[in-house]
Design a protein around this ligand. Structure first.
Ligand code: PAZ
Length: 322
């Protein structure tokens, strides 16, 4: 490991080989176009006198395919609730959000809809048109109104991923497109990202056959891209990463290590058994426990309030810009 500015960086060759061997993003050009339009919109708002802060929220788990024509994959635990709910609160606080999410995971403005099947929301009228059931009308109207407002005001761009390859390529595109437009912004990295992967070139093309007997597979370590994000892709962004552990005894030590090694501004530590009720907010200045007020409140609201405040303090420092 090289040590640059006190942070541990992965070998350049490991990063290069990860991206070189990754299958190219299917819709890479479209993503670049959408990012450009979104960032141009923000620049226009900022020029007209209302500076807009930008945050990239990542959400959901990345998959690691085991076959190129993928039938089986390794997954990471995450419903995407934290990222989706936090997106709503960031938009409410005036941020423009680039929401990088796992396909099929929770979506902003849907998190407070009832968990009923989609079909439970609608009725057929006598003339066979569709209407929202009266019982769901209020929440659905609110969801549509809030979602439309965020999109129409240019405050929400959604970019989906499934695999670790797509996730890291998209994160790089977002970071570099923010840096290119001089937007320093914030990264709120709530996605659960695979630590190990099968390099594309050594992956079986077709479905692995059970007839070959027990499966013996070697996984390569995913290079620690957090430090690449901090040092190369978006050196002036304000970066928040999450650390999830199942063993509470190692949680804080791992969170401290992430601060030190990857140069994060904030690490949010959470244990699997309690992550919905409490998190520990770790900064250079110390640790703060954030607990959900009650079971009807959202920890994400408290978390984003604290982050908006911490980010505001950060950008007040001399030499730091939006
Ligand atoms: O998506 P969700 O609301 O079900 O869970 C959120 C979380 C636990 C995945 C997130 O808070 C987190 O810790 N993400 C980072 C996980 C990791 O250490 O890779």
């Amino acid at each position: 490991m090289d040590s640059i500015n006190g942070s541990e960086a992965p070998q350049e060759s490991d990063v290069k080989s990860f991206f070189d061997s990754a299958p190219p993003l299917r819709d890479g050009d479209l993503i670049c176009r959408k990012l450009k339009e979104f960032m141009d919109g923000i620049a226009r708002s900022s020029e007209s006198g209302s500076p807009v802060r930008v945050v990239c929220v990542t959400s959901g788990g990345t998959t690691v395919p085991l076959e190129q024509r993928c039938v089986r994959y390794i997954d990471n635990f995450s419903s995407g609730y934290r990222g989706a709910a936090s997106t709503e609160y960031f938009v409410k606080a005036g941020y423009a959000v680039i929401f990088v999410y796992r396909r099929g995971s929770c979506q902003p403005y849907c998190s407070y809809l009832p968990q009923d099947s989609f079909l439970e929301f609608f009725d057929l009228t006598e003339d066979s048109s569709i209407q929202v059931c009266q019982s769901h009308a209020t929440v659905v109207k609110k969801a549509i109104r809030d979602y439309r407002k965020a999109v129409d005001e240019g405050l929400l761009l959604k970019l989906p991923f499934t695999t670790i390859f797509e996730y890291l390529q998209i994160l790089k595109l977002v970071a570099t497109s923010m840096s290119c437009t001089g937007t320093h912004g914030m990264f709120y990295l709530a996605a659960a990202v695979s630590d190990f992967y099968v390099p594309w070139e050594s992956m079986a093309e077709h479905k692995i056959q059970s007839a070959v007997g027990p499966l013996d597979m070697r996984l390569t370590q995913v290079p620690k891209m957090l430090s690449v994000l901090r040092r190369e892709w978006a050196p002036s962004a304000f970066c928040i990463s999450f650390k999830l552990e199942t063993d509470p005894d190692i949680l804080l030590q791992k969170a401290d290590a992430a601060m030190r090694k990857y140069g994060m501004h904030v690490v949010i530590a959470n244990a699997l058994a309690t992550y919905k009720e409490e998190v520990i907010f770790v900064t250079k200045g110390g640790r703060t426990t954030v607990r959900r007020h009650n079971k009807d409140s959202d920890l994400e609201e408290q978390l984003t309030d604290l982050l908006v405040e911490t980010h505001s303090e950060y950008i007040k420092q001399p030499g730091v810009e939006l």
